[in-house]
Design a protein around this ligand. Structure first.
Ligand code: K7E
Ligand code: CUA
Length: 668
């Protein structure tokens, strides 16, 4: 079956030409086939009340989010908004989180997120943080895995298309971001066809090991190619970073054709410890660059946006030994380093083999100066001097490779729509399994680390077609869980995904689940608008701005009636959920609210801006079904014409009255 499929795909390819390859396989497949073998259902069955073995984090692609699934069940556990506003909980709409979207282009409430990356200790995922990149307006984000919330976003200057990102070093000292699109640096008005003279790429190394303090440690100025993906070395290759590049032709138009001319493009091998040395010796320069750093304060839960003005820029010509180019066939996409750190595997989208470089040979070739030429201070190593081997006839369209820790590699084949398992060292293909359809990335828990948990493989497929009940012109994209515990791969499960998952990461649940914050202590809430008790709420005016402080608790708001707001005012509701119990949330929404609701975690204060459009009485209510009397959890705000004599007032609940009587110092 697989062989004949490849043969027919080849025939189809010959007929279609390169332009038609994207969807060669899916088009010809018949109705759904049920290939899941007999005991598959049992292998993915997680009984009610039981937990999954792994957390899996799938990027949302153009949804700008991260989706968290349990594996093996494929159950959706949570959506984490990162680069996109999320009206479901107010992320990016409420006053506390808005600054996270600040950039030098203004507030950017959407992006395209591709690659989740778990933090690591000694090359093994540790479950502290998840990083993810924004592709369109280059940024990187940190997600705090004690809360499953975005806690920090850093903009990357001198970059466009932050695609090769945010892969981490084994100690998480750095995460990286590289320019997919080379641009003039600094970006100025030049003719587009002056690409070869004026356009450059950058590789950014971002200090990432201190939460709240991400920053560009340094950038390396590179020839103007498209830098696509990256991975850090490990073990013997620790201290090195590998980036694929394509468009070594430096085309600025019709790249489909013009960037596919050269037989080989390059992997850039970067010795980042050498870069640190050169910077310490004063060989880098300070380069004026505007960018933003946004982070959430852990006590107030309020984000701050800070402007930065320069980066440290290093040119390879000023720092011999910092970068080398490894010739790699043919517009390589993924670059993946095996668990031992010896093998560097490339996915040459249009290549007929999977080329593998050897780190030992790389070292020897550098010592022997086995160079073909030099490009802007970067020696190009001889292909034969660094090549460890080639996997022959793997299939068509190799993209990405992960490892099982038992000596095998698994490569996704986009065009022939399959996963190919091959042996490191002998390069022989030992198994293959079809995917439905057109696989992009694949993921094994820890499969790009020093210690893969090599039990499952997740295929993330680009095209769904007939796999699910049809839902109009657009179908959800699809993931497939494959059992890799035995010699032969076995398909276990299909499940639909959110947005377009490019990459994913997964980690044993035991490394995360017991570190969860269940609620925030009200006494430690440092939001300046916190309301800690019923008697503490109220309404105040400052010019045209009216601030309302209120609490939410089962099953009321206090205060819950407000007067004295006028048309033309901007009202900011500051609502504190004073529950001190896990998973007891409240919501808040008011009639005519034109941005989003608020969802309030226990112990947390959130603020929402509302501009009433006309006089009237506007109800507000709790949007999260919190108790038997949830439907009673409501109130009113009265809005009068501008210049009205209605006094600013908030009502006092019976409980607040009692509190006020007991505490003469308390105020409304
Ligand atoms: Cu291959 Cu953005 Cu990692 Cu998609 S990328 S598949
Ligand atoms: Cu509070 Cu429903």
């Amino acid at each position: 079956m697989p062989t004949s499929r490849i043969r027919s795909t080849l025939v189809a390819l010959a007929g279609l030409g390169v332009a038609g390859i994207a969807y060669a396989c899916a088009a010809r497949r018949g109705p759904s086939q049920s290939l899941a073998a007999g005991d598959a259902a049992q292998k993915v069955y997680v009984a009610p009340g039981s937990y999954d073995e792994f957390y899996a984090f799938l990027s949302g692609g153009y949804s700008g989010q991260v989706a968290v699934y349990g594996l093996p069940s494929g159950r959706l556990l949570k959506l984490i908004p990162v680069f996109s506003q999320f009206p479901e909980d107010g992320y990016g709409y409420n006053e506390e989180t808005k600054p996270l979207f600040q950039t030098t282009y203004g507030s950017i409430p959407w992006d395209d997120s591709h690659h989740p990356e778990l933090s690591m200790t000694d090359g093994v995922p540790d479950g502290r943080w998840l990083f993810i990149n924004a592709n369109n307006t280059p940024r990187v984000a940190r997600i705090d895995l004690t809360r499953f919330e975005t806690s920090e976003i850093l903009q990357i200057p001198n970059s466009a298309g932050g695609h090769a990102s945010p892969f981490a070093t084994p100690d998480t000292k750095y995460i990286v971001s590289a320019t997919r699109f080379s641009v003039p640096i600094p970006n100025t008005d030049v003719p587009i066809d002056s690409y070869k003279q004026n356009f450059k790429g950058t590789l950014s190394f971002i200090r990432a090991d201190q939460p709240g303090k991400m920053d560009i440690a340094f950038q390396i100025l590179m020839p103007g190619y498209d830098y696509d993906l990256g991975h850090a070395g490990k073990g013997p290759s620790d201290g090195w970073f590998f980036f694929t590049s394509y468009n070594s032709e430096q085309a600025n138009t019709k790249l489909e054709e013009n960037a596919s001319q050269n037989d080989k493009d390059y992997i850039a091998a970067v010795n980042y410890r050498r870069a640190e040395e050169c910077i310490a010796q004063g060989k880098a320069r300070s380069f004026p660059s505007a960018y933003t750093h946004n982070w959430v304060d852990s006590a107030s839960h309020i984000a701050t946006s800070e402007k930065k003005t320069s980066v440290t820029m290093l040119s390879p010509a000023d720092c011999p030994g910092v970068a080398y180019y490894l010739p790699t066939p043919k517009s390589p996409h993924g670059v993946d380093v095996d668990p031992t750190g010896e093998y560097i595997v490339a996915g040459g989208k249009l290549a007929t083999v999977i080329p593998v470089h050897s780190f030992t040979k790389l070292q020897k070739a550098i010592a022997a100066k086995a160079f073909d030429k030099e490009i802007e201070g970067i020696p190009v190593l001889k292909y034969d001097a660094v090549m460890a081997g080639e996997v022959q006839k793997p299939g068509l369209g190799p993209l990405h490779t992960e490892f099982d820790g038992k000596g095998y590699a698994y490569t996704s084949m986009f065009i022939s729509s399959e996963v190919v398992k091959w042996k490191l060292g002998t390069w022989e293909v030992v198994d293959r399994i079809p995917t439905y359809y057109s696989i992009g990335h694949l993921m094994i828990p820890g499969g790009d680390s020093k210690k893969p948990w090599g039990k499952y493989l997740l295929a993330m497929n680009k095209i769904t077609k007939d796999r699910y009940l049809p839902t109009g012109p657009e179908m959800a994209q699809s993931a497939q869980l494959i059992d890799i515990s035995g010699d032969k791969m076995k398909l276990l499960l299909d499940f639909p995904t959110i947005g377009e998952p490019h990459y994913a990461q997964a980690i044993p649940a035991s490394l995360i689940k017991d570190k969860q914050i269940k609620f925030d202590k009200l006494a430690e809430n440092k939001n300046p608008w916190v309301t800690r008790s019923e008697s503490d709420g109220g309404i105040t005016r400052s010019g045209k701005r009216v601030d309302i402080k209120m609490i939410a608790i089962r099953s009321h708001f206090a205060p819950d009636n407000f007067d004295g707001v006028e048309v033309g005012d901007t009202v900011v509701f500051h609502v504190t959920n004073i529950e001190q119990d896990w998973d007891i949330l409240h919501g808040f929404a008011v009639l005519g609210m034109n941005n989003s609701e608020l969802i309030l975690e226990p112990g947390q204060t959130r603020s929402l801006r509302w501009v009433p459009t006309g006089p009237g009485v506007y109800p507000f209510y709790c949007t999260d079904f919190c108790s038997a009397l949830h439907q009673e959890m409501q109130g009113y705000i009265r809005v009068s014409p501008a210049g009205s004599s209605v006094k600013l007032m908030a009502n006092v609940s019976k409980k607040a009255q009692a509190q006020l009587a007991n505490d003469p110092g308390a105020r409304r």
